[in-house]
Design a protein around this ligand. Structure first.
Ligand code: MEV
Length: 349
């Protein structure tokens, strides 16, 4: 696709001086707590910084421009246009809300989004695209975005993309390090485990909105059973947080397997997810489970470093479309913000 927003030189100058703005965000993966977090339990998530999104913004002209994501590249015009679009995307809703809050809704802005995060795979692509887009528009207009406002704006987009978004995606795609999230609030986490996270893509897109709605129906069917399940979920998440900081990889892996059982009870696993989990465990992973909303998307495994090639091969053999690896030591103490310790994220050949 031809880019409607071009950098004038190789060197990006931010703000109105360059006539365009730029913003970035990255993927996330949930270690434990997806779905239960919507119903009040904690959850643990970490950034995947090398799967990133870049957005460029420049003044637009009136009239809606909207393109559906194709290979992660799309563009839209926001400002003075939303009434013409009955189904605006999450990033567009977030940008419209930003313009409204800044009192410049009548100034159209054109945004190009280049997203390297696989879409609809539970890796936070919608929140990351919204975050990068809002940052780009803020940069264009020379606005300073405090973290609370940025989170709030991304959440406006997420409510459109997910239905009832807990906020964990919005927090994790904007965070430099691992977080413990509960009811909108994120706290940094200590990581003592030295192992490798392997993310495997089923190749099948999953609908977060559909998965979240299905889980809600399941929980509403039997409130006492729902309460027991959420209590069990909270126990596993708290134990996993303690294992993570104390360096207990084997015990953390068991918590992942137990959480996967719970997610299967909630109806969000699939035969393909189950076979990827079985393959990772068969190759010696400490634990494996789906990550994100499920019904497709990705599987997350935890393995000791020497076993990673076997785990990746087993996942590929079981039908994974692609895999990425992320050493947990790269996540320690918010180390992901430092270029010197950027995680070595490897992809399948
Ligand atoms: C999606 O990444 C995580 C879910 O728990 C939904 C949410 O928390 O908004 C499935």
């Amino acid at each position: 696709m031809n880019s409607p927003v071009r950098e004038r030189t190789g060197h990006h100058r931010s703000g109105s001086a360059s006539g365009q703005g730029e913003g970035r965000a990255h993927a996330k993966a949930i270690l434990l707590g997806e779905h239960s977090v919507v119903h009040g339990t904690p959850a643990i998530a970490f950034p995947v910084p090398t799967l990133s999104v870049r957005a460029l913004a420049r003044p637009g002209s009136a009239g809606a421009v909207s393109e559906a994501p194709a290979d992660g590249h799309f563009r839209f015009t926001a400002g003075a246009t939303v009434a013409t679009d009955p189904t605006p995307s999450g990033p567009r809703v977030a940008v419209e809300e930003a313009l409204r809050r800044w009192g410049i809704s009548d100034d159209p802005v054109e945004v190009l989004v280049e997203c390297a995060i696989p879409l609809a795979r539970g890796l936070g692509s919608s929140a990351a695209c919204a975050g990068a887009a809002v940052r780009a528009v803020a940069d264009l207009h020379g606005r300073t975005l405090d973290p609370a406002t940025l989170y709030d704006l991304v959440q406006c987009g997420e409510q459109v993309a997910h239905g009832r978004a807990s906020g964990i995606d919005a927090r994790a795609v904007l965070s430099d390090g691992p977080i413990r999230f509960q009811r909108g609030t994120a706290a940094p986490m200590t990581i003592g485990v030295d192992a490798v996270l392997v993310i495997a893509d089923t190749g099948a897109p999953g609908s977060t909105q559909q998965a979240v709605a299905g889980v809600r129906r399941t929980l509403e069917r039997d409130r006492a059973a729902a309460q027991r399940l959420l209590t069990r979920a909270s126990g596993l998440i708290e134990a996993a947080a303690a294992d993570l900081s104390a360096g207990r990889a084997r015990s953390l892996g068991r918590a992942m397997v137990d959480f996967q059982e719970l997610l299967a009870e909630l109806g969000v696993s699939t035969a393909h997810i189950d076979s990827l989990v079985t393959a990772a465990l068969g190759a010696g992973a400490y634990g494996a489970k789906l990550t994100g909303a499920g019904l497709g998307g990705c599987v997350l495994a935890l393995a000791e470093a020497p076993l990673v090639p076997d785990v990746r091969a087993a996942l590929r053999h079981a039908g994974a479309a692609q895999t990425w690896t992320l050493p947990t030591r790269a996540l320690r103490s918010g180390a992901t913000s430092s270029p010197a310790s950027t995680p070595e994220l490897g992809t399948n050949p």
